[in-house]
Structures are given as C-alpha cells and as structure tokens.
Design a protein around this ligand. Sequence first.
Ligand code: SF4
Length: 370
Amino acid sequence: MTESLQPFQPALRGLSQEALCALFAEKGIPAFRGKQVFHWVQKKGVRDFEAMRNLPKELRARLAEETRFGGIAETIAEKPSADGSVKFLFALDDGKKIESVLMPGSGADADKMTLCVSSQVGCAVDCKFCVTGKNGFFRQMTTAEIVDQALYARHYLARQNDGRLLRNIVFMGMGEPLLNTENVIPAIRLMIDHEGMDLSPRRITVSTSGILPGLDELAQSGMNAMLAISLNAPTQEEREVIMPITRKYPLADLMEACRRYPLRGGARITFEYVLMAGFNDSRRHAREIIRLVHGIPTKINVIPFNPDPALPYQRPTDEAVLEFAEVIRAANLTCSIRWSKALDVSGACGQLAGQYRQKTSGGYVVLPRE
Ligand code: SF4
C-alpha cells in the first residue's frame, strides 16, 4: 500500500479490518476497538474522531494524535448538472486535485447513482483522444484516496436525503487503474467489505486501456470485479495511432486476456469505443469489432467523442453514431450509446476529460498544472 505522504501516521481510511486490528495490537489497543473504528471509518464514513461515540475519550484523543483518516483533504467544489450528474473537485493532502463524477441511472433507475472514480493523479498512458493523457502523470493515488471518493459521494447523497443511493463504482476517472493495482485492488476490497460500504463486486467496474500484467492481477484477485476495456479501434495499426500502449500490449494479447478473465453468472466484458468522426466510425470498423469480440460475452458501449480544443478529433453526427450502433446490434451484440452525462464528462477509458477544470461564467477553464 502506498502511503508516502505521512508514513508515521497510518491512514485509517486505507486499512482493511485485519490491518487496523493489527495496528491496534501493535499499539496495545484491544482488537475489538479496531473493529469499532473500522465500522466508523468505512461504514459510517465519519471524518472526525470525536464522532466515534463508543470509543473512550482518551482513545479518541490518542487516535487523533497518532493516526489520520487519510483520503480527501478538501472538497473544492460540488457541481450539479441539469442532467442529475454531480462533479466533485477534491484536493489531496499534497494539494493535487482530482475529480469524481456521480451520474444517475436511466429511466426508472434514476435514483441509482454511479460514481466514476479517479485512481491516479494524471496518467502516463498518453491516449491521443484524452486530456488527462495529454497533461501527463503526477503520482499514484493511495488506497485511502480512492476509497474516500466513494465514501464522500455516499455522504453527499445522504445529505441530499432524496432517496438517491450510490449503487455502482466505475474506475473510469483520471488515471489507468491497472497501473496502480497496489492501491486499486485493496480499495475495491474495502468497498466490497460487508462491514464497510458492502458494495457488490458486480457493481464495480475497472476500465483499462489494456495493461496486461494488471489485468491478470485483477483476474487473480478473486474479487470478480467487472471489466471494461477501452478499445477505441479494432485493429492493431489503428489502435497504435490513438493508444500507443498497444505497441507494448498488442491487441491480440489483450483479447486473449479478456478470454481468460473470470466471468461469473452471466457477467460480460464491456468494450468502450469512443467514436471519432472519420477515424474509427465506419461500417467497416463496426464489422471489425464484431469479429474481434467473437466468443467473448460482450457489451459494446459507444461513446460519441466530446470535442476539446486541446485534441484533434471531432464528434460524429448523431446519425452516424446511431448507424454504427445498428451495425453492431444487427450481429446480435448488446450495444449502448453513452450520450454525454455532465457537461464536461468525456469518454476515454470513459474518462473525465476535464481534470483541473472549473466552471466559470465564460465556460470551462483548465487550471494551471501544479
Ligand atoms: S484514456 Fe485513460 S488510460 Fe488513456 S490517457 Fe486517458 S486516463 Fe490514461
């Protein structure tokens, strides 16, 4: 677990129940207190030691002195959109900024919210259609920082008190989660812990550009988290153009890894496909996708590209998007279209394009890099 910021003060938000009890044992505190604290931290999501009412006053004071919650240091903004999405801009302990976006489900599921979380500050993968990639990599996020995005979103929804609940987590925010398995896998374990948030692993989706060692690690973790592949082009040559990582991890090997990925109880792999006008949006591309995913339980998610002044690609017309999806559906594959949710949420690994962005009266501005 990466906790490099204040190594002498363990971040409680990033510790499993076992690790917390072991830490308490080291400090001569009874194990049952570890369980109580885990409950307060991961189930109740408290942000203040004083709120831990069943702990003796001296222990609360000691925890405040010798440990820390870790995670999000400050909420800079909560920005609701007209479509029901809410974007959170957070500052971390070292002042770095990250975003998460809460999105409502469709139709009757409007009260079932999906949180898109970030897993790295920046990203080193350098996909050519992604603003995060363009800005480069800053650092890994810690387990506590990843988990805290979900705890904060739950806390936000509880405050609204309007019946909406956090139902799904997607690792589609800033960063490549499978380049940070050291923190992402423990974070998922915490999210699915029955004594904690108790989310279903079937409702947690890790989206990757195709990092093969990380993919195998996730498969071997035994957690049965759902998998999404940021595909975006159906041939090795075309994918190399927009996703240089394909040179290191070839498309054929990625598809083999998908075939090996353990899928339980009718689960399917989602292939995310950002549709860019004149680059990957022809009928030939749709047919190549059908060929590529043959034999894999599959859902295709088509994401019309959201143009950004920093990027050279364009959005196809709505008619072209619908036609593309029709070709895929005609092959009896499930294909959904993700029309944008939240004004500046853009698809990449389904990623947020707008890191460091602030809404201003004149639109969106990119905040300076720290
Ligand atoms: S699309 Fe995902 S993996 Fe690619 S650069 Fe953007 S954040 Fe990184």
